[in-house]
Write a protein that binds this ligand. Structure first.
Ligand code: NAD
Ligand code: ZN
Length: 237
């Protein structure tokens, strides 16, 4: 807490675990999505090339789920932390659920895209999907009429241009780095915590289970995201 109270540069990385209390399944847990769905059939460029309609229906279903979910107290406390720290704050998320923005975060980098958007296969334009109740996939580009794909990063794809660089810079410069609810198994996002630590940051992990990052952390809150953020923020003010 004392570290966080005085810090002017704070970088945060979140993963699926922070949205679990909002009812959105993670990927790799016992109850995670990859237990019921084969990622090779849904989340790769090859899967989409083979069966775009099947892939779209899965994404439309996930889009509907996240729109029915509400941001939780951990999302809200990160928005409050952004206000407190100011300019030197950056929140980097692997989540595609949009809950951070809905909770009020604005200094935000979405490394893996967003379920609420499509991206034109022809001209590359990104566009918002219609309301889930009215959405019938696939969507078509408002600019050129081309077919849209989900605006998310699939396995084997590059991260959006500039997004990782911006994240990397924030983690290199951070005095305090906070990693919440990620299994730290997906690179390159997992390397951000290590990078901050090697650059002299105080590294805090919030996760109920150990991860490959745990051995690098200066402080581990072995608990859920909500409890962990409450514990961290309780000491501020
Ligand atoms: P992951 O499923 O690999 O790991 C989830 C982590 O959260 C685990 O380490 C688990 O121990 C932890 N966890 C479980 N309950 C928690 C709680 N209450 N509080 C805090 N942590 C908790 O997720 P990941 O590391 O984000 O995997 C990366 C990939 O998953 C990304 O590509 C991301 O786009 C995708 N994904 C996103 C969402 C979403 O947008 N909400 C959901 C599922 C997967
Ligand atoms: Zn287009």
């Amino acid at each position: 807490q004392e570290r966080l109270a005085g810090a002017r540069r704070v970088a945060v990385l979140t993963g699926a675990g922070i949205s679990k209390p909002s009812g959105i399944p993670t990927f790799r847990d016992a109850a995670g999505l990859w237990k019921d769905f084969d990622l090779e059939e849904y989340a790769t460029p090859g899967a989409y090339a083979r069966n775009p309609q099947k892939v779209w229906e899965w994404y439309a279903w996930r889009y509907q789920n996240v729109m029915q979910a509400q941001p939780n107290r951990a999302h809200a406390l990160l928005a409050a932390l952004e206000k407190r720290v100011g300019e030197g704050f950056l929140l980097v998320t692997q989540n595609v659920d949009g809950l951070h923005r809905r909770a009020g975060s604005s200094q935000l980098v979405e490394l893996h895209g967003n379920l609420a958007r499509g991206r034109c296969e022809g001209c590359g334009q990104r566009f918002s999907l219609p309301d889930p109740a009215e959405f019938v996939p696939p969507p078509y580009c408002p600019g050129c009429g081309g077919r849209g794909r989900p605006d998310v990063v699939w396995f084997g794809e590059m991260l959006p241009l500039g997004a990782f660089e911006q994240a990397e810079q924030a983690f290199v410069q951070a005095e305090v780095a906070l990693v919440i609810g990620t299994s730290a198994e997906v690179e390159p996002a997992a390397s951000l915590g290590r990078l901050a630590r090697l650059s002299g940051a105080y590294l805090i992990e919030i996760n109920p289970d150990p991860t490959p990052l745990s051995s690098w952390a200066d402080c581990i809150l072995r608990m859920g995201a909500v409890e962990g953020m409450e514990a961290l923020m309780a000491g501020l003010n």
